[in-house]
Design a protein. Sequence first.
Length: 157
Amino acid sequence: MEIIKVRHFIKNLNESGKLHPLYREVFEAFVEQNQHAFEDDTHSNVDGVQDKEKVEEDFYQSYKNLLGYLKKRFIQSETKILPEELEALIAQLKPAVLSKQTQLLILQSILNYAKKHHGIDSPNIPSIVTLKRDKPIISPVELVKLPIVDCNGLMKL
């Protein structure tokens, strides 16, 4: 089996653009993961198809920019991706959480595809985890136990 070099793989992705099976697979996963956002846009806007096309153009632009970063950063990597080059690339990504999360998703997909189809090994990608807390629920019993409530049930001023 011929060993595919990292830069050749990136060049092939760049030249194929939207026609490469990796791009289609990653975009479909992105759409599936963010389906709720598309549904909200469709209800609020009659022309939901245009919004979806804009989202795809924005996604494709992120994809192309990431490929450009890969091409610039992965100079020493030949048959496997070096951790220091990957760390430098991740440090260069946009700081906004949502766009960085999208770029990390694309990057992870590219690296998974490279490993599966071409045997190009790479270190793991860090992920952004957003924790959401439930709003606290205060019951009437808890309200009565508050220190501002007097023993007679009257509130202190």
